[in-house]
Design a binder for this molecule. Structure first.
Ligand code: HEM
Length: 399
C-alpha cells in the first residue's frame, strides 16, 4: 500500500547515464515534490532538505539496521554483511561509535597533521613543477590512499587493493546491475578479499595505527576481536572513495571557475571553507536508505512500517528552499547544515579526518598555483553510490 497523494515517478537514479549528470534528474524529482515514490524500485525517495533531516535525525523511526542501500537485508538479495556501525541502530550502534570516536579525536588529528602536511607539500610541489598532471589519480587518490592506509596502519604492499574493495562496497548499495557485476569481477580477479583479510589481520597492522588501537579496545573488553576486525574494515570502505571523489569533483568545479580559484589562491587559509562548499555543491556520494519501523507521515507521504526510504543527500544539498542559488559553487558560502556527512547518530565518523586531508591538499595547491584549468577531457567515474571522475587532467600556472 503506497501513498496515492505523492507523485509516482518512473525515473531510475541508478541508470549510469543519469548518474553521469544526476543534477538534472534531481531537479526533476524535486520539482515533483520533496518526497516521491520511485515505481521501478518500490521505494520513497527524498530530495528536500527538511524531509531529509527528518529521516536522518529520527533513527528510531527510520532504521539503518536493515541496510543503508537500496535493497534491505531482509530480502536476502544482498550478499554483503551488515556494517557494524553504519548498519546498526542505537543502542548497539552507540557501543561501537563510542570506541571509534575516541580513535579519531584531537590527538589523532594532531599526529596526522604533523605527519601528512609535509607529504602534501612535497607531492604538490613535484606535480606543480611538472605543470600538467592528473588531479584525480596523481594528486588526490595518491594522497588519500596513503593517508588512510598509514593512519589505520595497513601494510605498504598493494594498497591499491583498497580501491577495488571500496568499489565493491559502494556498488553493493545499489541494484544488481553492470557496475555491480564489474566490481565483483574485479574483486575476484585481484583476489581482493584475501588481501583485505590479511591486511586487517592484527599481526600485520602497524602498532601505532588506528587498527591496532581497535584491537587494544578488544583487549580491554570493550568489543570482541572479531568486532575489532570488522571495524578496521570500515576504513577502506568509508574513508577512501568518499574523500577522493568529493575532492576530485570540487577540483573539477574550481578548474572551471577562475574567480573562485583566485580567491583561494589569495587566501589559502580558506581551504576548509572551499572544501565545506564542495561537500554541499559537489558531493559525490548520492543516497543512503533507511527502513521505516512504524507507519509515519513524511511530508505528503504516508510511509508504512517496512517500507524503504532513500535520502538523496546530494539533492538535499542543492535544495533551493535551503540555499539561494544552490547550483552555484560559492567558496565563502559557509553552508551550515549541509548533509554531505549525513546527520544524526550516523553522522560521518571521519569528517574531521576528511576535512584535514582536504585542507592540507587544497592549501598546498592554492599557495603555489595562481591558475588551474582542464587539460583535456575528464573521464567520468560513476557507480551505484557516487558520481565523480576517474581522471581529471589539469594544467596549472605557478605563482
Ligand atoms: C568527503 C569524505 C566523506 C564523505 C562525503 C562521507 C560521507 C558520509 C556519510 C554521508 C555518512 C552517513 C551515512 C548514513 O547516514 O547512512 C558517513 C558515515 C560514516 N563515515 Fe564518512 N564520509 C567521508 C569521509 C570519511 C572518512 C575519512 C572516514 C574515516 C576515517 C569515514 C568514516 C565513516 C564512518 C565510520 C561512518 C559511519 C558512522 C555511523 O554510522 O555512526 N568517512 N560518511
Amino acid at each position: 500500500m503506497i501513498s496515492a497523494d505523492i507523485p509516482h515517478l518512473d525515473i531510475d537514479p541508478y541508470d549510469p547515464a543519469v548518474m553521469a549528470d544526476p543534477y538534472a534528474m534531481q531537479a526533476r524529482l524535486r520539482a515533483a515534490g520533496p518526497v516521491v515514490w520511485l515505481e521501478q524500485y518500490g521505494v520513497y525517495y527524498v530530495t528536500g532538505h527538511a524531509l531529509a533531516r527528518q529521516v536522518l535525525f529520527d533513527p528510531t523511526t527510520f532504521s539503518s539496521a536493515h541496510g543503508i542501500g537500496l535493497v534491505g537485508y531482509a530480502t536476502g538479495l544482498t550478499s554483503t554483511t551488515p556494517s557494524p556501525l553504519l548498519e546498526t541502530d542505537p543502542p548497539e550502534h552507540d557501543r561501537f561509535k563510542k570506541v571509534m570516536l575516541r580513535l579519531v579525536g584531537p590527538a589523532t588529528l594532531n599526529r596526522m597533521r604533523a605527519r601528512f602536511e609535509p607529504v602534501a607539500e612535497a607531492l604538490v610541489e613535484a606535480l606543480v613543477a611538472r605543470g600538467r598532471f592528473d588531479a584525480a589519480t596523481e594528486l588526490v587518490t595518491a594522497f588519500v590512499l596513503d593517508v588512510i592506509a598509514d593512519t589505520v596502519g595497513l601494510p605498504q604492499a598493494d594498497r591499491w587493493q583498497l580501491l577495488v574493495f571500496g568499489e565493491l562496497a559502494l556498488v553493493s548499495s545499489g541494484p544488481r546491475n553492470a557496475s555491480f557485476d564489474a566490481a565483483v569481477a574485479a574483486v575476484k580477479q585481484h583476489d581482493t578479499m584475501a588481501w583485505v583479510q590479511q591486511a586487517t589481520d592484527r599481526a600485520n597492522l602497524s602498532p601505532d595505527g588506528l587498527g591496532a588501537a581497535l584491537f587494544a579496545a578488544a583487549d580491554a573488553g570493550e568489543i570482541t576481536s572479531a568486532e575489532a576486525q570488522r571495524l578496521v574494515r570500515i576504513f577502506p570502505t568509508a574513508a577512501v572513495d568518499s574523500t577522493i571523489t568529493t575532492l576530485v569533483n570540487g577540483l573539477h568545479v574550481l578548474a572551471a571557475r577562475p574567480d573562485q580559484w583566485q580567491l583561494l589562491h589569495a587566501h589559502p587559509e580558506c581551504a576548509r571553507d572551499a572544501f565545506e562548499e564542495m561537500l554541499r555543491h559537489s558531493l559525490s556520494v548520492q543516497t543512503v536508505f533507511r527502513q521505516a519501523t512504524r507507519d509515519v507521515k513524511l511530508g505528503a507521504a504516508q510511509v508504512k512500517a517496512g517500507q524503504r526510504v532513500g535520502v538523496c543527500l546530494a539533492a538535499a544539498n542543492r535544495d533551493p528552499a535551503k540555499w539561494p542559488e544552490p547550483d552555484r559553487y560559492e567558496l565563502l558560502r559557509k553552508p551550515v547544515g549541509h548533509l554531505g556527512f549525513g546527520g544524526g547518530v550516523h553522522a560521518c565518523l571521519g569528517q574531521m579526518i576528511a576535512r584535514l586531508e582536504a585542507e592540507l591538499l587544497l592549501k598546498a595547491l592554492a599557495k603555489r598555483v595562481s591558475n588551474i584549468e582542464l587539460d583535456g577531457e575528464p573521464v567520468k567515474r560513476v557507480n551505484n553510490a557516487l558520481t565523480s571522475y576517474a581522471s581529471l587532467p589539469v594544467r596549472v600556472t605557478s605563482g
